[in-house]
Design a protein around this ligand. Structure first.
Ligand code: FAD
Ligand code: NAI
Length: 462
């Protein structure tokens, strides 16, 4: 039996970051992982592989649509799907091996296998029982489905199956116009698949600022994706090679069917806590299956903490990482903190979509007096030079104090630009603070400054 200060269960972005920070703070640490490689959903079947396929398919899109305009002539590349998957797998391998290296460097023991907690202070992996003064559960999440739709990961797939299809399908139906559906739908649309997105609500990405989601929908349609909104899927029937999706339009209850080679179910994810033994321990759970914690990520059982997708909050890798660092600091007797008001979210389509803080709809509902500064990428010289003039930056600031309340960006490098606003919000910045900061020319970031100027006396280039 080995003894640790901390055992982390799960090596996703929450778990591995928590383990590294614990070790850096001088705690003897182990991390249990049942998968063959470290890195969790994010590195193996989530963030990283999806971004690799988004990158590869975007290059094809650029070659097909923009190369000739720049005087780069010749046949555009054709798709070697097995090679594209091999590239994606190589990217996964480099990243998961990177975590293994960091574990060795920080002297963290990887306890290979599925862990359970027979009692507080003990973790069982296989036949071995290890003692731990503290346990951090970072067991992550898994895909959900909807009634009458069963995922076989071949014809009806979750994101996991969609990242390793046998071939590029001719027709794909995507159920759910959220982040996964739009990112992976974009990948296949760029590779030549006819992609039809069927969404229950009347809008895509329902939690996003409405002005941005409207513009996003228009741009995705321009790229060839088709959308059936306000549609309740009734079920999916499959043969060996095909699927038939039945849905009802909510506006008139009319029933429709559509055939597809592959159906991607992207209707959300749920916490994964199977086999941990939490129920027997009396760990409190929410009715949505999340582990309940206090403000310091501790459950109602002393010494058992939980972080990441298996607790409340956005299911995002960076949220899990921040909680991992903070929980480690709490355990080490320091002051771990996460500012849940400033967690950015990014959709890695083209253009990218990024947001932080309140949406305009939320401010209206609160009855808050606010002002809006908007700037189109059409007025940004760099964006025009790289065919990326679609989209805009929208900044929301308090009407009286000018303090930034939220930012919503659709356009080139939106996922990077948003961080200027995140840092600003952490420091309590006003829109004027951004407007008075010199921004290098020609950069996309000038659009952020222009939106901030638009909150005051006006943008220059609009
Ligand atoms: P996970 O990454 O799910 O890791 C949990 C780990 O715990 C798993 O490896 C699991 O095997 C292990 N485990 C569970 N139970 C046990 C046990 N009993 N014993 C041993 N091991 C156990 N988020 C972003 O921020 N940006 C993105 O671009 C992004 N893209 C995504 C794309 C896709 C297709 C998907 C599916 C998700 C994406 N996400 C993205 C979400 C992101 O992957 C998750 O928010 C993140 O992985 C959560 O981290 P975690 O550490 O909480 O859990
Ligand atoms: P999601 O919550 O983003 O979107 C689900 C969509 O499905 C919603 O639009 C919802 O209205 C719709 N829906 C629900 N039930 C439906 C039904 N019966 N019929 C039709 N539509 C239905 O969930 P998604 O895309 O599965 O992603 C899961 C999680 O993974 C998200 O929480 C997200 O944060 C994370 N993720 C993050 C990424 C990023 O940060 N770039 C990328 C991919 C995933």
């Amino acid at each position: 039996m080995s003894q640790y200060d901390v055992i982390v269960i799960g090596s996703g972005p929450g778990g591995y970051v928590a383990a590294i920070r614990c070790a850096q703070l001088g705690l003897k640490t182990a991390c249990v992982e049942g998968r063959e490689t470290l890195g969790g959903t994010c590195l193996n079947i989530g963030c990283i592989p999806s971004k690799a396929l988004l990158h590869a398919s975007h290059q094809l899109h650029e070659a097909e649509h923009n190369f000739a305009k720049m005087g780069l002539k010749g046949k555009s590349p054709s798709v070697d799907w097995p090679q594209m998957l091999a590239y994606k797998d190589d990217v996964i391998g480099q990243n998961t091996k990177g975590i293994e290296f960091l574990f060795k460097k920080n002297k963290i023991d990887w306890l290979k296998g599925w862990g359970s907690i027979p009692e507080a202070g003990k973790v069982k992996v296989g036949d071995d029982i290890h003692e731990a003064k503290n346990i951090i559960v970072a067991s992550g999440s898994e895909p959900t489905s909807i009634p009458n739709v069963s995922i076989d990961e071949k014809i009806v797939v979750s994101s996991t199956g969609a990242l390793e299809l046998g071939k590029v399908p001719k027709k794909m139906v995507v159920i759910g116009a959220g982040v996964i559906g739009l990112e992976l739908g974009s990948v296949y649309a760029r590779l030549g698949t006819e992609v039809q997105v069927v969404e229950f609500l009347d809008t895509i990405t329902p939690t996003m600022d409405k002005e941005v989601s409207k513009s996003f929908l228009r741009l995705l349609k321009k790229q060839g994706l088709s959308f059936t909104l306000g549609a309740a899927v009734q079920g999916v029937e499959t043969t060996k090679t095909k699927a038939k999706v039945t849905y009802k339009l909510r506006k008139d209850d009319s029933e429709h069917t559509v055939d597809a080679d592959v159906v991607l179910v992207s209707t959300g994810r749920k916490p994964y806590t199977d086999g941990l033994g939490l129920e027997a321990l009396g760990v409190e759970m929410s009715d949505r299956g999340q582990i309940k914690t206090d403000a310091h990520w501790q459950t109602n059982v002393k010494g058992i903490y939980a972080i990441g997708d298996c607790i409340d909050g956005p299911m995002l890798a960076h949220k899990a990482e921040d909680e991992g660092m903070a929980a480690a600091e709490v355990i080490a007797g320091k002051h771990g903190h996460v500012n849940y008001g400033v967690i950015p979210s990014v959709i890695y389509t083209h253009p990218e979509v990024a947001s932080v803080g309140a949406t305009e709809e939320e401010l209206k509902a609160e009855g808050r007096a606010y002002k809006v500064g908007k700037f189109s990428f059409m007025g940004n010289g760099r964006a025009k030079a790289v065919f990326a003039g679609d989209g805009f930056v929208k900044l929301l600031a308090d009407k009286e104090t000018d303090r930034i309340l939220g930012a919503h960006i659709i356009g080139p490098a939106a996922g990077d630009l948003i961080h200027e606003i995140c840092v600003g919000m952490e420091f309590g910045a006003s829109a004027e603070d951004i407007a008075l900061t010199c921004h290098a020319h020609p950069t996309f970031s000038e659009a952020v400054r222009e939106a901030a100027l638009a909150c005051g006396d006006g943008a220059i280039h609009s």
